[in-house]
Design a binder for this molecule. Structure first.
Ligand code: ZN
Length: 495
């Protein structure tokens, strides 16, 4: 089935085909590591992860590059404020970004590249733009891109810049819409700021040139997909196109995929409004990483996502429902035989999930297909209509689902434990809620420890030694393990 994606550049839904046979070359703008990532950032990374997982599931090979922006205005300002080097300042946030991505089961790209490892290449890129007449130096040794020489400027953001003032300049990395100015490629050194010696003189790169340089270095002049949040369309991505296409005279990225904004409880997230959350904040409040991932994925990237605490609770219930379904399939002693009707349900859900994700990554529709399956099969199981041979088909549909959604594995406790430990080591004890501490407890026991105690619990009950079985139940509960008695025996899970 053809994959269709909305391409911001063409303004249309288009059928996706890689330029080079079976290999998809894609670039996603990574984090600027000056602080802990917030859930709006992570929504975009989850969207990128959804696309990469679905492309792989569809049989493509991937070469996915993500940058780490470890030098920019904010980083330099904060490093100077704290009296540390840029490298010292960014190291902790780079590490935190990767830990948070791991907590949300976001796969690592094939290449993760640091801006500061590519400064000479960036300077060389700028030298080429200068030699072609697209870049000019100012008296202090800074370089700017002359947008008047690139008439297609505005083609991604669909802005008309025909009335712009030639030669007006902006030297900050991020600026307001409708403010088309020649933008900084290279910034001359300022006292106390990080600087590098290069063929175009001393200084440091602007933000936009980082992504053009690193994407083209690893993916070639023209590649398949460029991704990012919608806030990057202008100026960042518009500027990337201008720099890259001015340099090569060729198309830069074929597909531009952007995820829409995230709102929190209906409002724009901001520190001022007090509705600004990092992944760590939410975990310390007692929310599981799997619930956060599920909520971030539940609304397709083409729509705004309203992140609410009700939604987070519902997401936790949905994940629980899916995990219970899998546990039921795996632990029930199903009667021999097969029911072709159940197999049909599994195959229908599987086809519908593929169709949904091929439809511009419609994750909501894919989830709908999965929950229809859960509902129908639970009903069939309650009616005694599910047979042993049906289970493999159902588990296959679940596995297909989880290759993309990645929420079935019950590994939240260990991740929560890690974040609780981090908060303790940072002196943030007051942020650790009882709910988070409680969830973290379930990481203390290995699966084997739990299995052993569960077996001992069953033996004790059989021997009518209820004092011992109650003792074990309590010991497990104290460690965040819940025992459930079903008609087929005892099942356990973490809180
Ligand atoms: Zn970028």
């Amino acid at each position: 089935m053809a994959i269709e994606l909305f391409n911001t550049l063409s303004g249309k839904i288009e059928e996706f085909r890689p330029l080079d046979d079976n290999l998809v070359r894609m670039y996603a703008c990574g984090p600027t590591v000056y602080d802990y990532g917030h859930i709006g950032n992570f929504r975009t990374y989850v969207v990128v992860d959804t696309l990469r997982r679905f492309l792989k599931q569809s049989g493509y090979k991937l070469k996915h590059v993500m940058n780490i922006t470890d030098v920019d205005d904010k980083i330099i300002r904060n490093a100077a404020r704290d009296g540390v080097t840029v490298q010292q300042y960014t190291a902790r946030y780079r590490k935190a970004f990767l830990e948070d991505a791991d907590a949300l089961n976001i796969e690592h790209p094939e290449m993760l590249v640091n801006a500061t490892d590519h400064i000479q290449e960036m300077a060389h890129f700028i030298a080429i733009l200068r030699d072609k007449g697209y870049a000019y130096a100012t008296e202090d040794g800074s370089y700017y891109f002359r947008i008047a020489n690139f008439p297609e400027y505005g083609k991604l953001s669909k802005k008309d810049f025909s009335g712009m003032e030639d030669g007006a300049r902006v030297d900050v990395d991020e600026y307001e819409k409708d403010n088309a100015r020649d933008f900084a490629l290279w910034k001359a050194p300022k006292p106390g700021e990080a600087q590098w010696d290069t063929e175009i003189g001393p200084g440091r790169p602007g933000w936009h040139i980082e992504c053009s340089t690193m994407s083209m270095q690893y993916l070639g002049d023209t590649f398949d997909i460029h991704l990012g949040g919608e806030d990057l369309i202008f100026p960042h991505h518009e500027n990337e196109i201008a720099q890259s296409e001015a340099k090569t005279g060729k198309a830069f990225a074929h597909f531009w995929v952007h995820s829409r904004f995230l709102l929190v409880e209906g409002e724009k997230m901001s520190k001022k409004l007090g509705n600004f959350y990092t992944v760590r904040d939410l975990v310390l409040m007692g929310h599981k990483p799997s619930s956060i991932r599920f909520l971030l994925m539940s609304v397709p990237h083409s729509k705004q996502l309203n992140f609410t605490f009700d939604g987070l609770t519902q997401a936790a219930n949905s994940v629980e429902r899916l995990r219970n379904f899998k546990l039921r399939l795996e632990t029930t002693p199903w009667p021999e035989g097969a029911n072709p009707g159940v197999r049909d349900l599994a195959e229908h859900a599987s086809a519908e999930m593929t169709a949904a994700l091929s439809d511009n990554l419609n994750t909501a529709r894919a989830l709908g297909a999965m929950f229809d399956l859960v509902r129908d099969v639970n009903a069939a199981a309650d009616a005694g209509e599910v047979r042993k041979d049906d289970i493999a088909h159902l588990l296959k549909a679940l596995a297909q689902f989880d290759e993309i959604f990645a929420v079935l594995k019950d590994d939240d406790a260990g991740k929560i434990r890690g974040i609780v430990d981090w908060a303790q080591s940072e002196g943030l004890q007051e942020k650790i809620t009882a709910a988070a501490a409680d969830l973290a407890k379930a990481a203390a026991m290995s699966d084997q420890d739990v299995e052993r105690l569960v077996a001992e619990h069953s033996e004790a009950r059989k021997a009518r030694n209820f004092a011992r079985s109650d003792e074990i139940r309590k010991q497990l509960a104290d460690n965040g393990i819940i025992l459930e008695n079903t008609k087929d025996g005892v099942r356990w899970k973490r809180k």
